[in-house]
Design a binder for this molecule. Sequence first.
Ligand code: HEM
Length: 344
Amino acid sequence: MAVPQPVPQLVLGPPTQTAVFLTLTVAPGREDDVRDGLRELSGLSRSVAFRARDDALACVAGLSSDAWDRLAGGPRPRELHPFTPLQGPRHLAPATPGDLLLHLRARRADLCFELARLVLDGFGDAVTVVDEVHGFTYFDERDLLGFVDGSENPTGSAAADVVLIGDEDPDFRGGSYVVVQKYLHDLTAWNALPTEEQERVIGRHKADNLELPDDVKPPDSHVALTTVEDEDGEEQRIVRQNMPFGRLGTAEFGTYFIGYSRTPAVTERMLRNMFLGDPPGTTDRILDFSTAVTGGLFFVPSAGLLDDLPAPGETRETAPEPVPAEAVHPGSSLGIGSLKGAPA
Ligand code: HEM
């Protein structure tokens, strides 16, 4: 008989029109309050989601490496570490403060807003919001550079295999890692480029989203540098749920990059290719028009573990009990397939 697997947080929900990304720091000495708040999160999500069951509300919470040590006891996720800043020959990927990441998504902005408000209310002054981004879908899933973003994402059970931890870290099955970066675009410089040149920067055609043939795609294009393979030639993938955002009055035009994976090593390799170059010095041309202003790496526990996060000093005897998916994500069909599988 198959061993039941812990239910993940809803990292692989259906596409949504809106998202809110909140990065929080935890006040010293308030760790117990915040852990209590995290344990309440799934209940709050259920209450708000139930009011609009077709609108795919989801809230995913992640903890940074430091936050894990302050808030949680028991074993430690094997690959959890702080975000590594990168200084390349031309571009910087900074690491910025953040103990918790909340990624809220829904088909309606009011649902994200309401849930974020309730969650922050619960945390009270135990947390400070250090970054807040409200993202929106821009036409046919385009970023503000005008290109369709996300088309190479794996889907269905392939996506689950890419993002959800399996047997390689049995205490944390159903968990995931997430890397986030807030990018600001220089749209004036970008829009001054002819479309054909923009296409060479990205590595895809703008109108029909077709990938440029390999003999035409420049080695410093975004697609060339983020396509990575392991030593057996197997493509290594992540699931991106990027969202555009902006503020017209201050001419702020951005992409919130968010990449989930069962090991942070894949996303980190893509980042090194982009910022340091592959080969070294051949850096991603998207960065000539996009500046990373934040950077963070978080561990996303399974839903069951988040509901019952042990305090430091407490131990978890066994992996958390699986809970029925319907109890965690009412009205949602997870469509995540099996959580087991070979390590990535
Ligand atoms: C592909 C935009 C940052 C990883 C793409 C594509 C676009 C895009 C338009 C092509 C369509 C697609 O397959 O989705 C952006 C923008 C970014 C950004 C506007 C921020 C300025 C990043 C970062 C990473 C990344 C930081 C990873 C660390 C990827 C991957 C692909 C991709 C893996 C698919 C490559 C392939 O297999 O074809 N991105 N991206 N992107 N991007 Fe990004």
